[in-house]
Each structure stands twice: as structure tokens, then as C-alpha cells.
Design a protein around this ligand. Structure first.
Ligand code: G
Ligand code: MN
Length: 280
């Protein structure tokens, strides 16, 4: 029975938690249980979305692997539905490990693709994540240079020194780094200076309506200029319309990703198409 509707106050409420706090906490606990059950039963899969070349939009430069869970009813849950509830917990680390394991297996099975795999900066201190990576790299020496690790700027901050050491160790193996959802956080600009990201992914909120929104045009041009200055490949996220794609391409955007080109798919082209289309 839901404690909110039981008689008397729930113990947590007596400790100063509001009814809303209790509701949120219980909702998150349900999500964590759902995620743990999906992990135990390996109801976990990757969806793939291409980031295409800005000047040759039919050609994917790389693909982003996006983790999805199937819940107990068989429904597919996108990462945004469960990651915020689990990111800071052990369960978040388990998800990062599984996403990496599945992505490395895909890179091994298909030697002509490049994949970007999302991870939380919290996983850089997690020994099992490193084990998964080392095992994957040992199988096939070309994997490192075809692997991109995407880190959301909001998760980078915790320990900059460790982050820098981690990045330089992975760079030595040929791995690249993408700064995800750039511009959406608070301390973005510091990251460009402090860390050596290879790719800047401009947050979708700056891309939306760029064909009509003069402010977004100015902001994206400025971000692109910063990417150039710091020698980063620049990717516009969440491109949804042809008119947006044209403006971005004319600006000189390196790569574009979004529903206009393809929604994330469980049936990526490399599993069915001839090899020559898969090469970036
Ligand atoms: O934080 P990150 O950029 O990794 O999030 C990617 C998420 O954005 C995925 O869940 C994906 O399904 C979603 N997404 C991808 N392309 C688009 C798009 O064009 N529009 C919107 N609204 N969401 C998108
Ligand atoms: Mn991402």
C-alpha cells in the first residue's frame, strides 16, 4: 500500500520530508528496482543514431550508441527515463559497464564502424568499467581508435584532476572524447580550456529552429568558433528539419545528428548493408 495514503505519517515524513519528497523518492525507488530487474535479466539493448558529415549528409561520420531498457511489460525505456534516478548509484555504474560491453562487442563484430558510447564521469573510478574496457580493447587492436566516449558536461566536474588523468590514459589508446550537450551546463567554457575533448556536441536547445532563430544562429556560430579554436570536431545535436540542416551545413558544421537524419534504431545499416557505406 502507498504510505502516502495510509493512516498517520510515514516515518520519513516525520523526519521532515514533505509529501512530495516522499513521492519522488518512492518513484525513484521504483525506477531503480525496474532498472535492476532489467539488468539482472539482460533486458538491455543499444539503439544507434548516426552523426552525419555536415557537407555530405548521406554519410555517417560515427554512430552514437544509446542504452535502452525493456521493462517487465516489454516496453522500451530510453535512458532519459531512468538515468537521472540511477546515475549517482551503483546501478548507474552497472549501466555504464553494460553499455560499454555491448558497444565494444559491436565494434569488434563490425570493423568499419565508429561508435560513441555515453558514460558518466562517475564511472572513471569504477574498476569494473576499466576491466570491461581493457578486455574489449585486448580482443581487437583497432577498437580504441573507433571508440568515442561521450561525457555530459554536468557529470565532468566532480574531480577535474582525475578526469584529466583518465582522458590522457585513454587518449594513449586511441580513444576520443566528446563533450555531450555542450552549452547546457553552467561552467561549460572552463571545460574547453581544462580538458582535451576531441568533439564538441552542441546541445539541441541551441539547434532547435536555427533557420528562424537569429539568437541561436549567433550562439551556434560562436560555439563553432570555439570548437575551431580548441581544435575540436563540432557536432550539432537534435537536428529535426531540413531547413535547420541547411543552415548548419552552410555555417560549416562538421557533423549533424538528429531525427531529420535518423531516429535511434535497433536495426543499424551495418548489420544489413554492404561495407562501403559504413566507412566514415
Ligand atoms: O544526452 P544525449 O545527447 O546523449 O541524448 C540523446 C537523446 O536524445 C536520445 O535519447 C535520443 O533519442 C534523443 N534524440 C536524438 N535525436 C533527437 C532529435 O532530433 N530531437 C529530439 N527531441 N531528441 C533526439
Ligand atoms: Mn550523447
Amino acid at each position: 500500500m502507498n504510505r502516502l495514503f495510509s493512516h498517520g505519517k510515514a516515518p520519513a515524513e516525520q523526519q521532515g520530508e514533505s509529501a512530495l519528497d516522499v513521492l519522488v523518492r518512492e518513484h525513484n525507488m521504483n525506477i531503480i528496482e525496474e532498472v535492476e530487474s532489467a539488468l539482472r535479466n539482460r533486458r538491455v539493448l543499444l539503439a544507434f543514431q548516426p552523426a552525419v558529415h555536415g557537407k555530405d549528409m548521406d554519410r555517417p561520420a560515427f554512430w552514437e550508441a544509446l542504452i535502452r531498457l525493456r521493462d517487465s511489460q516489454g516496453r522500451v525505456l530510453p535512458a532519459g527515463d531512468f538515468m537521472p534516478a540511477v546515475e549517482a548509484h551503483e546501478t548507474g555504474r552497472a549501466i555504464d559497464c553494460l553499455a560499454l560491453e555491448l558497444g565494444l562487442a559491436e565494434l569488434n563484430a563490425f570493423p568499419h564502424i565508429r561508435l560513441a558510447i555515453n558514460m558518466s564521469a562517475l564511472s572513471i573510478n569504477y574498476p569494473r568499467w576499466h576491466q570491461v574496457l581493457e578486455r574489449g580493447l585486448a580482443v581487437n587492436p583497432t577498437i580504441g581508435e573507433r571508440l568515442i566516449l561521450e561525457i555530459t558536461e554536468s557529470s565532468v566536474i566532480a574531480s577535474p584532476e582525475r578526469m584529466k588523468a583518465f582522458m590522457s590514459a585513454q587518449h594513449a589508446k586511441g580513444i576520443s572524447f566528446a563533450l555531450d550537450d555542450f552549452g547546457a551546463g553552467y561552467t561549460s567554457l572552463r571545460y574547453l580550456k581544462e580538458f582535451t575533448f576531441d568533439i564538441m556536441k552542441i546541445d539541441g536547445s541551441f539547434v532547435s529552429g536555427i533557420d528562424r532563430d537569429g539568437d541561436n544562429q549567433i550562439l551556434v556560430e560562436a560555439l563553432l568558433g570555439m570548437a575551431r579554436k580548441f581544435d575540436m570536431v563540432c557536432v550539432a545535436e537534435k537536428v529535426e528539419r531540413e531547413t535547420e540542416a541547411k543552415v548548419l551545413s552552410a555555417m560549416g558544421m562538421d557533423c549533424m545528428q538528429g531525427y531529420y537524419f535518423s531516429a535511434p534504431t535497433f536495426h543499424p545499416t551495418w548489420r544489413s548493408e554492404p561495407i562501403k557505406r559504413q566507412i566514415a
